[in-house]
Write a protein that binds this ligand. Structure first.
Ligand SMILES: CC(C)(COP(=O)(O)OP(=O)(O)OC[C@H]1O[C@@H](n2cnc3c(N)ncnc32)[C@H](O)[C@@H]1OP(=O)(O)O)[C@@H](O)C(=O)NCCC(=O)NCCS
Length: 165
């Protein structure tokens, strides 16, 4: 199988490793974020911004990023940032940037990336993880549903600071 060939759906992840991301992974991760931000209508891909954001995140003590590697290639990623939740009276996690390269989907990699983030959360006293998903992103919503993530009654609002909206 070449690096770009499609894994048969259902073939599991025995030759895919999940590990913490390093600076060397930033270019490949920025490419994956380009795939993600082309799907999400609230965001626009900008490779330089994604590289800068990833470098900031990797330097932050309250953030972690994981990559899925197969044969030396980064084929998936996820990030988790810790905030304080007054509702929980404890740390909570914001999960973002979950994306698997299209030709490696439905092989358990997305689920394995979520598990890595949840293992870290359990070990760090994080009581709840939450994420935002595009309301039109049915495959992602099906994925989260299948893995027992629950929808909330919250809506996302945003306001830009220091520039025109
Ligand atoms: C969402 C995403 C990360 C899932 O990654 P993945 O590696 O394909 O997911 P998994 O193989 O671990 O799937 C686990 C289960 O979720 C469900 N699932 C995953 N993708 C699905 C889809 N497209 N349709 C329906 N169910 C799906 C299935 O129940 C699957 O188990 P199965 O394959 O044994 O039936 C991947 O589709 C992706 O990168 N999408 C584009 C980026 C994106 O939308 N990210 C989420 C942003 S909020």
């Amino acid at each position: 199988m070449t690096a770009t060939s499609r894994m048969p759906p259902g073939e599991r992840t025995h030759d895919v490793g999940i590990c913490l991301a390093t600076d060397d992974d930033v270019p490949a991760m920025a490419e994956l974020l380009g795939v993600l931000f082309r799907i999400e209508s609230d965001f626009a891909p900008d490779a330089e911004k994604q590289r800068e954001g990833l470098r900031l995140l990797l330097r932050s003590s309250s953030a972690r990023a994981w990559v899925a590697r197969r044969g030396g290639r980064v084929v998936g990623m996820v990030t988790l940032q810790t905030v304080v939740s007054t509702a929980e009276g404890a740390a909570a996690g914001i999960l973002e940037d979950l994306v698997v390269a299209p030709e490696f989907r439905r092989c358990g990699i997305g689920g394995a990336l979520l598990e890595a983030a949840m293992d870290y959360a359990r070990a760090s006293g994080i009581g709840r993880i939450q994420l935002l998903a595009d309301a039109d992103n049915e495959p992602a919503l099906d994925f989260y549903r299948a893995l027992d993530w629950k929808p909330t009654n919250l809506v996302a609002l945003r306001r830009r600071i220091g520039q025109k909206i």
